[in-house]
Design a protein around this ligand. Structure first.
Ligand code: NAD
Length: 493
């Protein structure tokens, strides 16, 4: 038995039925527990490097025929996948909450984005895929066209597994590729099985989508497999660096979407209440376990006192608990003990280093109290590190130039936000922030399927997801010329 799911729903749902015969790997079974309660959730047999090799070989074989499949048929399957996803949202949502400890709002946001990713991808097969180009030889027709990359290896983290998987799977399939998807072992269902169930029901031909569940060893097998032509990795900067090194040696295309330590800047003319609500939301929601969460609050000195006070008040009102079983809960658990120790370590070392603990800094099991750190200085771990926990470090500044230097004082460059009453001032400031996505009068947590999502510096290698960027990720250019008459060459001269 590959997967068993105790205590899911009274009558088995559509996905439960799929899971009963799901065989994701030939390796050891691994029991998964809910972070919120510690209850056993499901047992999933893990994949092995041998499973990866078999999946990649099958995918490479199936991909050629898929690339030749009509654009109408590829679009039809994607549209059908969106319908199936919508039909089973409540069931997928329950798994998402139980696997990740997400609040309902976060779960719904993730599902909305996942569906939008499929809708956007369904339009891609009918778009032009090349252009005619001028040629120095006017008698020949010269064109450039985009062809599928081949087999896409998708490696995703646990924190938003459905949307982060869908932003690869849907456009990659739409453009004629096959996909091997490896979710994090913490989220094998909403990050893995769900995809297989949806696309199988939608009529995707066999061999084009494989889900392999496992950790770093399985991930590295994907990166190094000769039948995998591009690796699309989303996760931590440390793991991304390793993936980049392995892929680089093999001269393999690799897209790295990594961590963040995002700046949220409140200029002196900002509405402090509105800014504090955005600051609290973007540091605390989903326990701060979001790549584009606010990691550094950079607030004008004239507003810093009121801003910190407002954050503290909001932090005190946040209710912790199991968001799956109690609708009144605002904040769930940190995903596991290791991450809890990391968050707490960063907070405690920062306090030891001189930061003032305005609220929080304690936890009950995996439930970490929303924490506000004031008087944070450069060099403290709360300033330099991606925390990935419900912690808001605040720094005060005196001039816009100082605020900009603070915002750019990070190796990361994923997202940012600026609050100001003056749109032109906000826009000018945003242009100088070194980050892939910046919002004026909004906080950094923002995404849409039609925008090119991605970061700079340690947040990624400039790869992008969404909109036109999907063409760059999941196809490659081919130059083709054709002439009426076969050309003869006066050779040897
Ligand atoms: P992680 O790097 O530990 O794991 C991510 C995935 O990579 C998992 O599937 C894991 O099994 C796999 N993996 C780990 N080591 C690997 C290796 N050596 N080779 C191949 N695969 C390997 O990250 P995490 O802790 O699960 O997720 C949190 C991190 O992800 C944070 O840093 C967060 O900022 C980042 N993230 C980034 C984005 C983005 O779009 N930029 C989105 C979400 C999360």
């Amino acid at each position: 038995m590959a997967a068993t799911a105790p205590e899911t729903t009274a009558t088995p749902g559509w996905l439960d039925t799929f899971l009963a015969s799901w065989r994701p790997g030939t390796g050891e079974p691994r029991e998964l527990h809910e972070p919120a309660t510690g209850r056993a959730l499901i047992t999933v047999s893990q994949a092995t490097p041998g499973d990866v090799a078999r999946a990649a070989a099958t995918a490479a074989q199936a991909q050629s025929a898929w690339a030749e499949t009509s654009y109408q048929e590829r679009a039809r399957i994607l549209r059908r996948a969106a319908e199936i996803y919508e039909a089973h949202r409540p069931e997928f949502g329950a798994w998402t909450q139980r696997e990740t400890g997400a609040h309902r709002d976060k779960m719904h946001h993730e599902q909305n984005f996942a569906v939008q990713e499929i809708h956007a991808a369904a339009t891609m097969p009918s778009q032009p895929y090349g252009e005619l180009v001028p040629s120095a030889q006017p008698e020949r027709l010269s064109m450039v066209r985009r062809i599928p990359v081949g087999v896409v290896g998708a490696i995703t983290p646990w924190n938003s597994p459905s949307v982060l998987g869908m932003r690869v799977v849907a456009p990659a399939l739409a453009l004629g590729n096959a996909v091997i998807l490896k979710p994090d072992p913490q989220t094998p269902i909403c990050g893995g099985a769900m995809f297989e169930a949806v696309f199988r029901e939608a009529g995707l031909p066999d061999g084009l989508l494989h889900v392999v569940v496992g950790g770093a060893e399985v991930g590295e097998a994907i990166v190094t497999d000769p039948n995998v032509h591009i690796v699309s990795f989303t996760g931590s900067t440390a793991a991304g660096r390793r993936v980049g090194e392995l892929a680089g040696r093999l001269i393999k295309k690799v897209s790295l979407e990594l961590g963040g330590n995002n700046a949220f800047v409140v200029l002196d003319d900002a509405d402090v209440e509105a800014a504090a609500s955005a600051g609290a939301y973007s540091s605390f929601q989903f326990q701060g376990q979001v790549c584009f969460a606010t990691g550094r609050h950079i607030v004008h000195r004239s507003l810093a006192g009121d801003y910190i006070e407002a954050l503290v008040e909001k932090a005190k009102r946040i209710k912790l608990g199991d968001p799956f079983r109690d609708e009144t809960v605002d904040l769930g658990p940190i995903v596991n003990e290791k991450q809890l120790a990391r968050v707490d370590g960063i907070v405690q070392r920062s306090v030891d280093g001189g930061a003032r603990l305005a609220v929080g800094g304690t936890h009950d099991g995996l439930f970490y109290r929303p924490t506000v750190l004031a008087d944070v200085t450069r060099g403290l771990p709360a300033w330099t590190d991606e925390i990935f926990g419900p912690v808001a470090p605040v720094v005060a500044f005196d001039t816009d130039e100082e605020a900009l230097a603070l915002a750019n004082d990070s190796d990361y460059g994923l997202a940012g936000g600026v609050y100001s009453h003056s749109i032109s001032r906000g826009l000018a400031f945003a242009r100088r922030i070194r980050a892939g996505m910046v919002h004026v009068n909004d906080q950094p947590i923002n995404d849409e399927a039609v925008i090119p999502f991605g970061g700079m510096g340690a947040s990624g290698n400039g790869s992008r997801f969404g909109g036109a960027a999907n063409w760059d990720e999941f196809t490659q250019w081919q130059w083709v010329t054709v002439r009426d008459e076969p050309k003869s060459f006066p050779y040897p001269y």
